[in-house]
Design a protein around this ligand. Sequence first.
Ligand SMILES: *[C@@H]1O[C@H](CO)[C@@H](O)[C@H](O)[C@H]1NC(C)=O
Ligand SMILES: *[C@@H]1O[C@H](CO)[C@@H](O)[C@H](O)[C@H]1NC(C)=O
Ligand SMILES: *[C@@H]1O[C@H](CO)[C@@H](O)[C@H](O)[C@H]1NC(C)=O
Ligand SMILES: *[C@@H]1O[C@H](CO)[C@@H](O)[C@H](O)[C@H]1NC(C)=O
Length: 815
Amino acid sequence: MARQTETNHKAVETLLLFLCSAHGFPTGVCRSPLGMSGGQILDEDISASSQWSDSTAAKYGRLDCEEGDGAWCPEITGEPENMKEFLQIDLRSLHFITLVGTQGRHAGGMGNEFAQTYKIKYSRDGSRWISWRSRQRKQVIEGNRNAYDIELKDLEPPIVARFVRFMPVMDHSMNVCMRVELYGCEWLDGLVSYNVPLGQQMILYGQNIYLNDSVYDGAMSYRSVVSVWLGQLTDGMCGLDDFTLSHVYNVWPGYDYVGWTNESFPSGYVEIMFEFDRTRNFTTMKVHCNNMFSRRVKVFQKVVCYFRSESDWEPTPVSFSPVMDDVNPSARFVTVAFHNHMASAIKCQYHFSDIWMMFSEITFQSGELGNDHHYQTEVQLWAGNCRIDYFVTVITEVSAKDDSNTRILIGCLVAIIFILVAIIVIILWRQVWQKMLEKVRALLSSELCSSSILIILIPIAALTAAKSPQASAQEGVPHYAEADIVNLQGVTGGNTYAVPALTMDLLSGKDVAVEEFPRKLLTFKEKLGEGQFGEVHLCEAEDMEDFMDEDFSFDISDKQTVLVAVKMLRADANKNARNDFLKEIKIMSRLKDPNIIRLLGVCMSSDPLCMITEYMENGDLNQFLSRHEPEGMIALLSNAPTVSYSNLQHMATQIASGMKYLSSLKFVHRDLATRNCLVGKNYTIKIADFGMSRNLYSGDYYRIQGRAVLPIRWMSWESILLGKFTTASDVWAFGVTLWETLTFCKEQPYSQLSDEQVIENTGEFFRDQRRQIYLPQPALCPDPIYKLMLSCWHRNAKERPSFQEIHRILLESRP
Ligand SMILES: *[C@@H]1O[C@H](CO)[C@@H](O)[C@H](O)[C@H]1NC(C)=O
Ligand SMILES: *[C@@H]1O[C@H](CO)[C@@H](O)[C@H](O)[C@H]1NC(C)=O
Ligand SMILES: *[C@@H]1O[C@H](CO)[C@@H](O)[C@H](O)[C@H]1NC(C)=O
Ligand SMILES: *[C@@H]1O[C@H](CO)[C@@H](O)[C@H](O)[C@H]1NC(C)=O
């Protein structure tokens, strides 16, 4: 039983993380559980080909539920190979399904049946069934390896269906039982099928580029017109700017697109007919087109659309000519306004403007159920990878167009919802997160299994808090959120090291191991930074040696005074801030490493409380390098001070060494960057943490309203999307720090990307479809070191090197 709870708990966490990730980024908006575990799908809508006994009937096939005998199990038959057993779910309306989850029968340790592989069939009308196939045309899906873990599988391509069947692949060796869940959202496009001329083949420098519809589900081809139920043009996947590179799923080039050449169309246009589930009030059509004019591919020159509402085609079409663009070769969406035409079918003629025309997505927006529904339809557009591109447009459309009162009304409603949700998320993250998790766990092991409501709520909240422009203007939010980490927000606004809860307990058991320093011996020199609860001052301290251990040697030993940084807590700071300050002192007092800034003393006898840390004469590494040039002609001509490559590497090695020490204590820094490394005499480096409190570097931090101030350009994808901070994410930041060092901090990382684009790029790391952008190899950077950098940015955190390895590699590659 203990095992069961543990695995449940693990599964929930995976799910939470998973959904959080999905919702942290618009990509995954359409990934909510559709109600097997949550109970929204009723027992009567779950059926099966057969059942082993009443207690393993179809209705017990709900993911993460333990009712009955713990799962659905089909009858054991003599001829298992024919795959006739299935568990069927009726969703009552069309849904866009992006993900499926399966689990075996565990029944508190009594069961050990699961499906190692299975297939999926689906149907929109309940009579015509289509076998799902992956983009590589494989039907069989890898299932479970044990009876308790949940396996989640992305459906690539996703499906649009009302009925879904899970069909376990059975063999003689074992009995099979399943619990399942579907994830996705309602399909509001209303598009049921389209007819499109067969896509063609382009031969480019001897390479075949297949521009046919390769994800169709159930095509019937006659006279070169494919009648496609739904396919490539509706799979939510946009093609790349350069169609010759469409290797997204390791498939052939041109895969994402359906394309035609004008030679096969003497009429000069391609006609596509779209059928919808019912008569709808159409506002727009959006067509994602390639525009790589250098290869003679262009956006259509004109489109003429006819509408059929009852049985007749309306005589007057809508036509639209986009502005031709011979400058920007990016693929783009072209939006065609339909001016509230009512129709159940639409026929559009897209006219060639060059030899080739290529589309990857076509979507329709309709609003027949009033504005409320209209908004939902737009939300639908977020589904699938491609549809993210609308995300910004949708929001701005809703809030910017104030030409009608209803628009404003929706805007306000949406704003209110966002604000409420943002407040919820703050509350959740601040206080209830832990409790929530426990509740979810408790609920899951109880028979109600209705926890999915919570599971949905949290990520949605996360999404809206992260993305909504109207989110609450709450300040003073926690810097980062993670359940198992004691979150220390530096009083100056700089976050201090995050410490695992366990280490924290050990630390707090002891007394502060630093001495009280007489305040009068400090002389103010300048303000280094400022945060919410305090300030950091640069001071000179007299007679500091008298207060220090023997093992400590100062950077400046020949003078009476030393430079120190003094972090001060404002007298009016609240109790929490005070406690954090004390914790920070405790932690700092135990960090003793030549490459980590040391705590020298404290002033605790009177307000304001101070902690005195080392400071180094050359300031921080970012400013230091900005003042210097690489050795070479430019430096010679401009007479600028230089730093040799070997000294750069010496500094990087020290950063790695300091981080090696921190990671050995399981401390996570969370804000490693050149701005947080101080430079002393002879290129010595010590890692500090006041970057965030300094105005100078405010541009390096991205303020997500209601969430955090984040150094996104240094953060790993999992830190941004999942809020996960680990040593491996510090390794990622080290890679960026190394890049900064070798570029002399002359520009910000990804300086050509806006903050939003950086976050989008993070999504690309998450999706891993080779569209992510890496920082380029700095001119000074030898190949092996660039390889090291790239390995720090490995998508899989486990494959990134440890600081020990990084340190060793840097030491060994010294010039
Ligand atoms: C599209 O082209 C590929 C590559 O030739 C082929 O494997 C696939 O069957 C084609 N699909 C259709 C629907 O013709
Ligand atoms: C279609 O929607 C628009 C705005 O939403 C509305 O003004 C119009 O009356 C609707 N047309 C029909 C026929 O319902
Ligand atoms: C195809 O388009 C090109 C460029 O617009 C044009 O020169 C050519 O004549 C067209 N071919 C046909 C068969 O219409
Ligand atoms: C500076 O560092 C180099 C190598 O790290 C060392 O050889 C040299 O003695 C140091 N110089 C001083 C003045 O500490």
